[in-house]
Write a protein that binds this ligand. Structure first.
Ligand SMILES: [Zn+2]
Length: 121
């Protein structure tokens, strides 16, 4: 069995029960179930610190399924939402709407959006 995850707050040694992810683009702090993978903007929190969580000024706090035992049939949706939020946080090199410039190489798509990376030369 792997060692228990710990709260990321300074001087707090309680076990982590939730993961807080900062979505800078939307100024939203998402508190959800413990993340499977370590993310650059995610912090594990114990129950006490997750309850006392306060977002920075102007930010919203989105709480997802605080109690795993209370998670109903919608838990997959909540997890999908958490994944979507984390996915959205990964910044593409550039997003171009509509016309595609001559320079730039298409490296991916998100729906109707094209993700472009500048040509280096
Ligand atoms: Zn804590």
């Amino acid at each position: 069995m792997s060692p228990a995850r710990r709260c990321s707050r300074t001087a707090c040694a309680r076990p982590a029960v939730a993961t807080l992810t900062y979505v800078y683009g939307d100024q939203t702090a998402v508190l959800g179930p413990l993340a499977t993978f370590a993310e650059p903007h995610a912090y594990d929190l114990c129950s006490e610190h997750s309850e006392r969580l306060s977002a920075p000024r102007g930010w919203e706090v989105l709480r997802l399924a605080p109690d795993p035992d209370a998670m109903g049939p919608s838990s997959d949706d909540l997890l999908a939402l958490a994944d979507a939020v984390r996915e959205a946080e990964r910044p593409p090199a550039a997003i171009t709407l509509g016309a595609v410039p001559d320079e730039g190489r298409e490296v991916g798509r998100r729906g109707h959006l094209r993700v472009l990376r500048p040509v280096e030369d």
